[in-house]
Ligand binder design. Structure first.
Ligand code: HEC
Length: 133
């Protein structure tokens, strides 16, 4: 029995450490600093916002919800939950950081690099700015 004690302690210890990190937000998704300098080349105007809205309502709404609050029907059972795109914490990020996340993806949040053109991805970001609470 004794020879299991040490591996068992290690196992329980790493589980505790994992949940501790998780609860303390170390799971936060952070874009690299350098992408903050990347500028959005798509002009913020009614036409581009309407384009972004159309894409959002087709490809993002199901998880992020119609107002961006992260409460879409397809997101309910996901862990982590789809991000609240209307929150201050989200809206404080630069367009460059948001663009990087849409390109990179993480977990159930897919990369849209191949399914949307570059201009479409920037136009979606212009629309996301209108979701601010
Ligand atoms: C299948 C569900 C799903 C779809 C569809 C989806 N997302 Fe997400 N999204 C997520 C989840 C889950 C996260 C949180 C990922 C994480 O933190 O690991 C996320 C995170 C994000 C983030 C990062 C938020 C932050 O806090 O920094 C952005 C930006 C984003 N999504 C934009 C979009 C856009 C734009 C679309 C449509 C083109 C889209 N998502 C479609 C599930 C989805």
């Amino acid at each position: 029995m004794k020879k299991f004690t040490f591996p068992l302690l290690l196992f329980v210890g790493s589980l505790l450490l994992y949940s501790f990190n998780y609860q303390n937000g170390n799971n936060e998704w952070k874009a690299p600093e350098t992408v903050n300098k990347v500028k959005n080349p798509v002009e913020v105007n009614a036409k581009n916002i309407a384009l972004g809205k159309k894409i959002y309502n087709k490809m993002c709404w199901s998880c992020h919800g119609s107002n961006g609050a992260g409460d879409g029907p397809a997101g309910a059972s996901l862990n982590p939950k789809p991000a609240d795109l209307s929150s201050t914490a989200f809206q404080q990020q630069t367009d460059g950081a948001v663009f990087w996340k849409i390109n990179t993806g993480r977990g159930t949040m897919a990369s849209f690099e191949n399914s949307l053109s570059e201009d479409q991805r920037w136009a979606v970001i212009n629309y996301l700015r209108t979701l601010k609470k």
